[in-house]
Design a protein. Structure first.
Length: 225
């Protein structure tokens, strides 16, 4: 509080006193002194360079506590950003391919990988055919073209091949992992790099069907959960 008579600043709470039985002599309102220069002492004018009263001075303990809270808030924000980056590292690498090497370097100490994106709705089988191998009896050849319609590279999907009989009933079902249908000579490289955005992959797989009698087939792609 500031005194209306002398202009001094004081702690109003600390200056409270209990009301006694003796009645206080009332003087004219101190606010009147603000308009009467003769009632104000020379030191009443506020000095900008005067030190603050003790009760207004910054407490060193509260200053340290404030810095501790600020540091804790910064660490919490950093932890949240790190968790988001870890959870969506594949999406970040897809959105900014130039960050993939950096993300891999950051993941190495954590023993994690930066997987390729898996967006099945942006993958399609453009064409496929199943025919008997003319040179080897009991073998069939599956030819298919998989297209990545995304703008970024994606992981190779798994293929589910179902052979059916004359009544379209399944007689054999097999899931083909990328390591089973990709070219053996470049298998590791292809799995690591994935299917580039806007490109297609041509597949050719030989299957033994000597123990089944199939007349049709169904082919789907998916990503294992």
């Amino acid at each position: 509080m500031r005194c209306g008579k002398c202009g001094g600043v004081f702690n109003g709470v600390a200056a409270l006193v209990e009301e006694g039985e003796e009645r206080l002599a009332l003087e004219p309102s101190p606010q009147l002194g603000l308009f009467d220069p003769g009632r104000r002492q020379p030191e009443a004018a506020a000095d900008p360079n005067a030190p603050l009263p003790d009760f207004l001075a910054d407490d060193p303990a509260s200053r340290r506590a404030r810095w501790l809270w600020m540091g804790a808030a910064f660490l919490a924000a950093l932890l949240i950003v790190t968790q988001i980056g870890y959870r969506f590292r594949a999406e970040l690498a897809a959105a900014a391919p130039q960050m993939r090497d950096t993300l891999r370097s950051l993941c190495r100490p954590l023993r994690c990988e930066v997987p390729l994106p898996r967006r099945p709705e942006l993958m399609s089988i453009d064409s496929s055919e199943l025919q008997a191998d003319a040179k080897r009896e009991g073998l069939i050849v599956l030819n298919a073209i998989i297209r990545n319609r995304a703008r970024f590279p994606q992981d190779y999907p798994a293929l589910e091949l179902t052979l059916t009989d004359e009544a379209d009933r399944p007689v054999l079902r097999r899931v083909l992992a990328p390591t089973e249908y990709l070219e053996q000579a470049r298998r590791e490289e292809l799995v690591r790099e994935g299917i580039a955005g806007g490109t297609e992959a041509v597949l050719r797989v030989f299957l033994d069907t000597s123990r089944t009698r199939a007349t049709g087939y169904r082919l789907y792609l998916f990503y294992p959960s």
